[in-house]
Write a protein that binds this ligand. Structure first.
Ligand SMILES: Nc1nc2c(ncn2[C@@H]2O[C@H](COP(=O)(O)OP(=O)(O)OP(=O)(O)O)[C@@H](O)[C@H]2O)c(=O)[nH]1
Length: 386
């Protein structure tokens, strides 16, 4: 294929990707890094345009435009990845100095001491380093369920290595600068690699954005916004799974229902905001009393539930007592001052043929017994024999 045709193809693809990214960004401005990725692809589009018109421009200007847009495009993509992975954005000063030095050297090898080979090496060096840093940034992000990150890291890494090594292509075998046809063929191969990497990374970028939105929607659907524990629906689904697992492995499973005592009074004296602060305080204390595998949810209002995989009656009672005592011992700090708090806890064990509804109902009845027996206590209710 002709090089100008490939340039036009790259420019069209860059324009298309920039437009799609821009549209996605317009409706999802909360996606970290997306704005920088959009700018990066827009600069890529400008780089392709400047390559297309390079024969009509003075050479130094063409070098300045092409190298400037390409290097800043690769740099902004890296910055987008840094923002997306939640790391601190690096200072732009280092990147600016690095890019300026590379462009300066490129201009030197264009005007003062013309050397096409050196210009090619320099272009590959700058972009290659940015793409390798991109791969490193994505691959070393926090361990979350984000498989797309690793795929984009792989493509960016391979592209970076190719950019750094591609000057070798022109040194291999019998290729001489005079071997015009072979040089043209290799240049087309280099461009094709660029287009393939561009398309893969564009898909990867969109998948990263999609993954972010999916995770956010899942979070919104599952998590109580006030306390950040599971909401009722997600907790019940989780409990169902845990009950099936416990029945399959014949492991024990305990369920607690916890209700804050006299919460209406707290609301009346501290206001709704104070009440919210108390709810958050309670969740914080609970988290300190639980193991990693224990799961907590807010059933509604001031009622919470916790299930404890692998805990038998004695173990669950110890946890429940520890939680009750910890809440009673540590008043909540609210904007209205310190507020004393106690909880009533109902406890049950899941048995054969149990369901999440039945287990929660028993724990709830036990919790009401704790209220009736004076509050700030733990009561147990066993499963009725079949
Ligand atoms: N601040 C705040 N209050 C809430 C929230 N959800 C429910 N409430 C309040 O929680 C209070 C629950 O009161 P009650 O059901 O009478 O229970 P209680 O006062 O804790 O009494 P006992 O449970 O019998 O000890 C009501 O005043 C609700 O308005 C919330 O998200 N934030």
């Amino acid at each position: 294929m002709h090089s100008p045709t490939l340039f036009i193809l790259s420019a069209v693809l860059m324009a298309l990707v920039s437009t799609v990214l821009c549209a996605v960004w317009h409706f999802n401005k909360q996606i970290p890094g997306l704005r920088l990725w959009t700018l990066s692809y827009s600069l890529g589009f400008l780089a392709c345009l400047s390559l297309l018109v390079r024969d009509y421009l003075p050479e130094p200007l063409s070098v300045l435009l092409t190298q400037g847009t390409m290097l800043w495009g690769a740099c902004l993509y890296l910055l987008g990845c840094i923002a997306h992975t939640g790391k601190r954005l690096v200072s732009l000063r280092h990147a600016t100095v690095f890019i300026a030095a590379l462009i300066g050297l490129n201009l030197y090898f264009t005007v003062v001491h013309p050397d096409l080979q050196m210009r090619f090496v320099l272009a590959g060096l700058g972009n290659g380093i940015f793409f390798l840093l991109t791969a490193r940034t994505l691959a070393s992000g926090e361990r979350q369920q984000v498989p797309m990150r690793y795929l984009v890291a792989l493509v960016a890494g391979l592209h970076g290595v190719f950019l750094l090594l591609r000057p070798l292509l022109f040194k291999l075998g019998p290729v001489q600068p005079t071997d015009v046809e072979l040089v043209a063929l290799l240049s087309q191969f280099v461009l094709l690699e660029f287009i393939v990497a561009l398309v893969f990374m564009a898909f990867g970028t969109l998948m990263l954005a999609n993954e972010f939105i999916t995770n956010e929607l899942r979070h919104l659907a599952e998590v109580d916004p006030l306390t950040s524990v599971f909401n009722r629906r997600a907790f019940l689904m989780s409990l169902d799974k845990a009950i099936h697992q416990a029945q399959r492995t014949e492991a024990s499973l305990a369920v607690l229902v916890i209700d804050l005592d006299y919460f209406k009074k707290i609301n009346d004296t501290c206001g709704h905001q104070g009440g919210d602060e108390v709810l958050r305080h309670f969740v914080q204390i609970s988290a300190q009393c639980l193991r990693q595998q224990d799961v907590m949810g807010r059933l509604g209002g001031e009622e919470f539930a916790i299930f404890l995989p692998g805990s038998d009656g004695a173990g669950a009672r110890t946890v429940a007592e520890r939680l009750r005592a910890a809440v009673a011992a540590r008043p909540a700090a609210t904007h209205q001052g310190s507020v004393a708090l106690t909880v009533s806890i109902g406890l049950t064990l899941c048995g054969r043929g149990d369901s999440s509804d039945a287990a929660l109902r028993r724990a709830d009845q036990a919790m009401y017994q704790a209220k009736e027996h004076g509050r700030n206590r733990v009561e147990f209710m066993a499963q009725a024999p079949a």
